[in-house]
Design a protein around this ligand. Structure first.
Ligand code: KG4
Ligand code: ZN
Length: 365
């Protein structure tokens, strides 16, 4: 009961792409989080035959699943909708039709229950994911030392941010002002997905490529693939994508593709991991960062986690931080966490703003 009095209870809703997700997190004034529930319906199997997400199918499916997903999250958490402190929803960026479903559901609930509504930028959700405890744990993360280098590495973004203050004081546009590097073409997750597709692996490619490399005991140094822009903090993966696909075709012509697939996957993965690692370590040194965090779907990659842990500069005051695996790819717990920080700062919408909140496809702030 004492926990209920001290804590806020935030419902998070995430529908920006092909995951329909709702979560209840509790948050104490000294930033202890507990994920009381996380319910996600993944549409991966629906989009797999098309080799990628079909936006119209995604939004129609969100429409069917959003209400049962929110009900389930409330039931699993043992919280009545009336006891929620606020509702946080991803309203940008993403597929506009998919975002609209989550935003409409959140607006309707906020209006009907007379609860504050908090719009959340999807990337701010990924940033907040490092503060979530491992599932079923109430353990508190140690405080971070600043400046922190935050790498958001997902299917749509490969961004480096220099963060100077704790999340309780993050201003509304902190991701805009803190950005120090981004990709000039494909994102790292997009590179994983497109390279995997050119190897004939199923969507989504990141995990499929990783598993093929691991299960076939692939050699990461079997093939030499390009690592672009070695002198810059910015990223570029389109040359690697082309080189990997050409190499796959050469191996097909010589009839060795199937046998060499694990080596091919391990080598492509290594090129992406090397590129990320080099620039992240360079930025940590250049900006004298004391902590380092890696978030987003690609942060689930085990080779990347292991190499970053082993090779991060020893000037960091603690090992690199990664969210628990279940909070790397898109999920509503991270949206609820970002919403909790905003709620703590009093950043909720007025009645008028609640009714007019819109979904925005563009990532700009
Ligand atoms: O953060 P996320 O779920 O969605 C976006 O905001 O984009 O990231 C999805 C991306 C996909 O490109 C997917 O292939 C990649 O994360 N991914 C991985 C792994 N798991 C997911 N990439 C490499 N290794 C993985 N284990
Ligand atoms: Zn994401």
């Amino acid at each position: 009961m004492s926990q209920k009095i001290r804590s806020t209870f935030i419902l998070g809703i995430e529908t920006s792409c092909d995951e329909c997700s709702a979560s209840i997190v509790s948050h104490t004034p000294n930033s202890e989080f507990q994920v009381l529930s996380l319910t996600t319906f993944s549409q991966i199997h629906i989009h797999r035959p098309f080799g990628g997400v079909v936006p119209e199918i995604a939004s129609r499916n969100h429409l069917e699943t959003i209400n049962p997903i929110i009900d389930q999250a409330l039931t699993d958490a043992g919280i009545a909708a009336q006891d929620l402190s606020a509702i946080a929803v991803t309203n940008r960026p993403g597929l506009v039709g998919s975002l609209l479903v989550g935003v409409s559901a959140a607006k309707a609930m906020a209006y009907a229950l007379d609860k504050p509504l908090i719009p959340v930028h999807h990337l701010e959700g990924h940033a907040a994911s490092i503060f979530l405890p491992t599932p079923n744990s109430v353990e508190r993360e140690q405080p971070l030392d600043f400046p922190m280098l935050l790498a958001i590495v997902s299917g749509g973004h490969t961004n480096l941010y220099l963060i100077h203050q704790p999340p309780e004081t993050w201003p509304a546009d902190f991701l805009k002002t803190a950005l120090i590097a981004q990709t000039r073409d494909d994102a790292a997750g997009e590179a994983f997905d497109k390279i995997a597709k050119s190897f004939g692996l199923p969507y989504p490619g990141g995990i499929a490529l990783e598993q093929t490399a691991v299960q076939g005991n692939g050699n990461p140094h079997a093939f030499s693939l390009p690592r672009a822009l070695p002198q810059s903090f910015d990223f570029s993966f389109s040359g690697l994508k082309t080189a990997a696909s050409l190499l796959a075709n050469q191996l097909r012509q010589t009839g060795t593709f199937h046998d060499r697939l694990p080596d091919l996957c391990a080598s492509a993965q290594e090129a992406i991991v090397d590129t990320l690692l080099t620039k992240i370590c360079l930025a940590v040194k250049q900006y004298k960062c004391k902590s380092l965090a890696l978030v987003g779907g690609v942060a689930a990659n085990k080779r990347l986690r292991a190499r970053l842990t082993a090779e991060a500069p020893n000037t960091l005051t603690r090992p690199p931080l990664f969210p628990p695996l279940s909070y790397c790819t898109d999920n509503a717990a991270m949206i609820a966490a970002a919403g909790a920080f905003r709620f703590q700062q009093g950043h909720t919408l007025s009645f008028e703003q609640t009714l007019t909140l819109n979904a925005i496809a563009n990532p700009a702030f």
